[in-house]
Design a protein around this ligand. Structure first.
Ligand SMILES: C[S@@+](CC[C@H](N)C(=O)[O-])C[C@H]1O[C@@H](n2cnc3c(N)ncnc32)[C@H](O)[C@@H]1O
Length: 277
């Protein structure tokens, strides 16, 4: 079947846009119509379905798993260890020393990678923690990674990365925090990282079952897909999930507007601290 699908009709595209907005706040611009046809064409091939109409009927079926899969297929899962490295420098220099001291005195520390893709962001945070406190995994420090795409969450849960995905890590970090598998094509994260991280399915626009607050949230290169209303709702929800002086990191082309109770760090326009009571 390949990728020889006809273009989407205006009605089909409008229907897909509505589902993507309702389910996940995705703002699909008209310029994305070809991209949408290509991505969904791959789903059709995979499911051996011949037409978009047949596919959309499957998406519309009650309790359809394909609804979420369709929306997930419309976003990109690209990530990288230590992506936007200045955030991890800020974390190391200004945020972690205090959090590690708190954890050493018995307090709980929680970090969240929201829209974690294959888990590289959460693993990078774990490496920063272990660099500063090699026994961090024995303290009450946990890093939650969540994504609405079940396939990337499963990947992150396995904790095994193909060697082509190790970009962003130094040789020393690979040696200290990964074990080569027997074929030498994949690298498994250290058990200390596995102990500190937890990966779960979660739609950022759905229910958040986590009871406590987070000391830092990274939600980077995720909100860029959302329309303004869903972005604003997210900044408000993150605010109420942060500890009183918790930190929020967003992607390089994202900004949290003023009026949401955050103050940008003086050295970085995409890192914020909760500022309003
Ligand atoms: C480009 S990746 C960013 C990964 C990582 N945060 C980074 O910056 O490297 C965007 C991720 O956000 C996820 N995502 C998009 N919309 C989402 C939503 N409504 N709820 C949860 N995850 C979502 C996608 O599945 C994808 O894995």
């Amino acid at each position: 079947m390949g990728l020889s699908f006809p273009p989407l009709t205006a009605a089909q595209f409008a229907k897909i846009c509505k589902i993507a907005l309702d389910e996940a706040g995705l703002n699909l611009l008209p310029t994305k119509q070809t991209m949408v046809a290509t991505r969904l064409g791959r789903r059709l091939s995979r499911l051996a379905i011949d037409s978009y109409d047949e596919y959309l009927a499957l998406v519309d079926a009650p309790d359809s798993h394909e609804r979420l899969r369709m929306v997930a297929a419309l976003t990109t899962n690209v990530s990288r260890f230590f992506r936007e490295a200045h955030h991890f420098e800020l974390l190391r220099r200004q945020i972690l020393p205090e959090l590690i001291a708190a954890a050493r005195s018995g307090q709980r520390v929680r970090l969240w990678s929201a829209g974690c893709a294959n888990g590289q962001e959460a693993v990078s945070m774990a490496i920063c923690l272990l660099d500063q406190e090699p026994a961090a995994h024995l303290l009450d420090i946990r890093i939650l990674g969540t994504d609405f795409d079940p396939s990337v969450v499963r990947y992150a849960q396995l904790g095994t990365y193909h060697h082509s995905m190790l970009g962003g890590l130094t040789g020393d970090q690979v040696a200290r925090y990964f074990t080569k598998d027997t074929s030498a094509r994949s690298y498994r994260v250290d058990v200390r990282i596995t102990q500190m991280t937890l990966f779960r399915d979660l739609n950022l626009h759905g229910h958040w079952p986590m009871p406590g607050r987070f000391d830092a949230i990274m939600c980077r290169n995720v909100a860029i897909y959302f329309d303004r209303a869903h972005q604003d709702a997210l900044w408000r929800r993150f605010w109420s999930k942060l500890t009183l002086d918790g930190h929020l990191f967003v992607g390089h082309s994202e900004r949290v507007p003023s009026g949401f109770g955050y103050q940008a760090h003086s050295t970085c326009h995409t890192a914020y601290q909760r500022s309003r009571a």
